[in-house]
Design a protein around this ligand. Structure first.
Ligand code: EPU
Length: 419
């Protein structure tokens, strides 16, 4: 497994603050690295992407303005605000994008930046930010947001004084970023109960890090094996990052072989389950679409309660066209009440299985939903035609090749328009 999409790009942003070059190893070949490298180069940063390594030399950064053309492509621009303020004193970043799986506002980021002394002005194109003196602050997040936690880490490390961040995200990718910053010279403590304490320093140097294997990819491929009655062995993703994935699949009747180097899953017959997505160490939201596809092949009724994003089920429409029996509800089914209880957001799915699936012509809507379709297509009778597979290639390392290696017949019939 190569490193994760949701870690590598954040390391690239952190590297902007180094007084010397940084090297990130075991990087995946994904569109998001190209997008982020383009953004950094537009600021004057040197970025070399070679094989599985990305080397960032930030010395020549001469602009704090990310071009508007990088708006709407991924979630990275907002994370650049703190580092660019440290480098240039002012910053402009275009509106962030990423998968359309909910409203995904940036209000927590903005509030946190303001608490640390940033003057923020929202324009129709993006966010203008200025700061004469960045300082520490005491911040409590309303929800343990991954991105908002990263914004605070990336801003507080070079700010004057101490920052205390409560209710922070503690996803492995966030911790990986914190450790990278520590390697760069940052003073970061992770306390119990989701609290980070950061003492600002005057200077960070470059660092070198080999990324850990992507837990979203690992789970997705394990499920691809289970859905098709096969057995998949995933190398290079630490068991600790998969603990909830493994325990959930265990409950459903999957068998595992686990070593220091790999994890193998297989099953004869799978039971249905009731699962709720959550922040770490809960069952991660990015694992839900493969799991829902797996539910379609289990005998009985399964429930998936999505508590992180209010709109992460649009991909279900095409699964139903393929023959899946899935109903969506706005209620909080199968778990505690979540933030979306009083909303009309269809955030719980009830799946009846097993359903024979038929091949279909599908447009890939986003990274994770799209991967779910490939798994469904693998389990379906007859061929499927997938459009806009570039979404997959923004987040997975060579997905078509990986599926072909697993025995799926995959043919690219026309060139991908790119990310
Ligand atoms: N939220 C707000 N306001 C904010 C920030 C977040 O209301 O200012 C809400 C979001 O709308 C959402 C919840 O908080 O309902 C959690 O969002 P979070 O900030 O944690 O998500 P993110 O940082 O934008 C990252 C990953 C996602 C992953 C989530 C949750 C990256 C680039 N993206 O998003 O990954 O699902 O954390 O773990 O790191 C993916 O890889 O396909 C993907 C969507």
């Amino acid at each position: 497994m190569r490193g994760s999409k949701n870690a590598v790009t954040k390391h690239m942003v952190a590297a902007v603050m180094g007084s010397s070059p940084s090297t990130i190893l075991n990087c995946p070949e994904i569109g998001d690295i190209e997008i982020t490298a383009g953004m950094l180069r537009s600021l004057g940063c040197h970025v070399a992407v070679e094989g599985d390594s990305v080397v960032i030399e930030p010395h020549d950064i001469s602009s704090g303005r990310v071009p508007v053309s990088y708006g709407g492509l991924n979630r990275i621009p907002i994370l650049l605000v703190g580092p660019l303020l440290h480098r240039m004193g002012e910053a402009f970043v275009p509106l962030v994008g990423g998968d359309r799986i909910g409203a995904r506002p940036v209000d927590f980021h903005v509030r946190n930046l303001e608490a640390m002394g940033v003057e923020v002005h929202m324009t129709p194109e993006g966010l203008e930010a200025k700061a004469t003196r960045l300082h520490g602050a005491r911040i409590r997040l309303p929800f343990p947001s991954v991105g908002a936690t990263e914004t605070v880490l990336l801003t507080a490390v070079l700010a004057e004084g101490r920052t205390i961040l409560d209710n922070s995200a503690v996803e492995p990718e966030v911790i990986e970023l914190a450790l990278f910053l520590q390697r760069m010279g940052a003073r970061i403590e992770l306390r119990p109960d989701r609290r980070f304490v950061i003492e600002g320093v005057d200077r960070l140097q470059g660092a070198r890090h080999r990324l850990h294997g992507d837990r979203i990819e690992a789970f997705s491929y394990l499920v691809a094996g289970l859905v098709t009655g096969g057995e998949v062995r995933v190398h290079g993703c630490d068991q600790g990052r998969l603990v909830t994935a493994i325990s959930t699949l265990h409950r459903m009747g999957a068998r595992f072989e686990i070593t220091d180097d790999w994890v193998t899953a297989s099953a004869d017959d799978l039971r249905p389950a009731v699962v709720q997505t959550d922040t770490h160490p809960g069952f991660m939201t990015d694992w839900q679409s493969p799991l829902v596809v797996l539910f379609t092949q289990c005998r009985g009724m399964s429930v998936l309660h999505e508590t992180v994003y209010e709109d992460r089920f649009p991909y279900v429409t095409a699964l139903k066209e393929m023959g899946a029996e899935i109903e969506l509800f706005d209620a909080c089914l199968g778990g505690r009440d979540c933030r979306f209880i009083e909303s009309t957001a269809m955030h719980s799915a009830v799946v009846h299985g097993p359903s024979p699936l038929r091949g279909a012509e599908i447009t890939v809507p986003d990274i994770r939903g799209g991967f779910g379709y490939v798994i469904a297509a693998a389990a379906a009778e007859g061929p499927s035609l997938l459009h806009e597979v570039h979404h997959l290639e923004r987040g997975y390392h060579r997905p078509l090749e990986a599926f072909a290696n697993l025995g799926l017949t995959v043919t690219r019939v026309s060139a991908s328009p790119g990310p």
